[in-house]
Design a protein around this ligand. Structure first.
Ligand SMILES: Cc1cc2nc3c(=O)[nH]c(=O)nc-3n(C[C@H](O)[C@H](O)[C@H](O)COP(=O)(O)OP(=O)(O)OC[C@H]3O[C@@H](n4cnc5c(N)ncnc54)[C@H](O)[C@@H]3O)c2cc1C
Length: 398
């Protein structure tokens, strides 16, 4: 990928053909205000390859966004947010992409736990954690998957039992993103010993910095170690730190999944369009270095991907309109997630091939291509999203 001045904004009307959408117009005053803030506050250095340095940059960006009042865009004022609606959120995500802004560090806290706590948490937990999620002082990780319980999450075996004023956790989680950086984990555990499947589970907040928690990072195909195995061996959490009622963990997890599956679609159509535009500019700039055949192949694929990005944008605007008028996105999040996951991998492939054809430096694009493989896995695999759509949206037989 090319290295560009991070303050350079690609205009959205160059990336989106067709009529300006009245719900999220290119010239909206909210966009202009946010874009102006971004230009003044974006980090000036390019993204480092080193993983620790990359995370430190994300953490610093999270603090900058929070100080500017932009971190909790859709969160209520009382928890440090800006109380904007879904359409403004969509415009903000587009502007972040167009300006090539880093991601904030605390995505599990901001996208998953925060909104779930607002619906199901006690007032004490909301006051305790929500503002510190936005500042990035309390980083979170998500302890759901286990070695034999990924897609089939209801088979999980990590146990939680009450002991005095605490819950005590025993078991193992896996693929836990940021486990070695987070101060807290939201853990789905079996709190009723003889319970089966989705009954008798509880969603608990567990401090990571204690003797009963061991984190072993796992190396990914991209070379990063973003996720880890987490072992709970008598780990303790305060009794009141349950998200929702004890025994109602499955309902809490399903609430959280709606945020997990709906959100990446909002964020990513513009990022993918930016990647496509960069790839096209790179091929154009390389001029004679790219063979006629490669140019034709890349052009054909880019056109198709560009069309799919426009479709994703249209879908995201539609869902944002539903949410703006008080509707629930619910299982429709699986549609954006399915479209986005497959599209993101195909765009990363095209970018990698464009860099190769142009003879440009490949480190970033190779990393990006390998890291993109996870996008159709981590918030529910493609197969699982298809099942959700078939059974719950289309009403097909199980
Ligand atoms: C980069 C990354 C980050 C992650 N971060 C986290 C995290 O922070 N916290 C966390 O809890 N988890 C995390 N995960 C785990 C993720 O949620 C699981 O990988 C995912 O749910 C799939 O589970 P599994 O890996 O056990 O695969 P399995 O469930 O074993 O699936 C293996 C294959 O079988 C298919 N399959 C399984 N069941 C069915 C079925 N019923 N019908 C059709 N096909 C089926 C799947 O689609 C897949 O292709 C992360 C994963 C990745 C890759």
């Amino acid at each position: 990928m090319t290295t560009l001045d991070p303050a350079v904004r690609l205009p959205l009307d160059r990336l989106v053909l067709g009529p300006d959408h009245p719900a999220v117009p290119f010239a909206h005053p909210f966009r202009a205000e946010f874009a102006e803030w971004l230009v003044r506050n974006l980090p000036t250095e390019t993204e480092p390859h080193d993983e620790d340095a990359r995370f430190a940059r994300r953490r610093a960006w999270q603090a900058t966004m929070n100080a500017g009042g932009w971190a909790g865009l859709a969160w209520p004022h009382e928890y440090g947010g800006r109380a904007e609606g879904p359409l403004a959120q969509l415009m903000a995500y587009e502007e972040l992409a167009l300006h090539r802004a880093p991601e904030p560090a605390n995505t599990p806290g901001m996208i998953l736990l925060g909104p779930t706590l607002m619906l199901l948490g006690t007032e004490e937990l909301k006051q305790r954690f929500l503002p510190r999620i936005l500042t990035g002082e309390d980083l979170f990780c998500q302890g759901f998957s286990e070695p034999d319980s990924g897609s089939d999450l209801a088979s999980l075996r990590t146990r939680a039992r009450r002991a005095g004023d605490d819950w005590v956790l025993d078991g193992q989680k896996i693929w836990t993103t940021f486990a070695d950086r987070a101060g807290y984990c939201f853990v789905l555990a079996r709190s009723e010993p003889s319970s089966q499947r989705h009954r008798g589970l509880t969603l608990l907040i567990c401090p990571m910095d204690q003797p009963g928690v061991t984190v072993r990072p796992i190396r990914q195909i991209s070379g990063d170690s973003e996720f880890a195995e987490v072992f709970f061996d008598g780990a303790r959490c305060p009794a009141g730190w349950t998200v929702g009622e004890p025994g109602q963990g499955w309902a809490a997890a399903m609430t959280l999944f709606q945020f997990e599956r709906g959100d990446p679609g909002y964020t990513d159509h513009a990022r993918l369009l930016v990647e496509l535009t960069d790839a096209r500019d790179l091929v154009h700039a390389a001029d004679d270095a790219v063979s006629h055949a490669a140019r034709a192949d890349l052009g054909r694929r880019a056109t198709d991907l560009w069309r799919r990005c426009q479709e994703l944008r249209a879908l995201n605007i539609r869902l944002a309109l539903v949410a703006e008028t008080g509707g629930q996105i619910a299982e429709a999040g699986s549609v954006t997630n399915l479209v986005w996951g497959e599209l993101a991998k195909d765009v990363a492939d095209l970018v990698g091939d464009a860099v190769e054809a142009a003879g440009a430096e490949p480190t970033a694009s190779v990393h990006h291509r390998l890291a993109s493989r996870a996008k159709s896995i981590y918030s529910g695999t493609t197969e699982i999203q298809r099942t959700v759509i078939a059974e719950r949206l289309l009403g097909l037989p199980r």
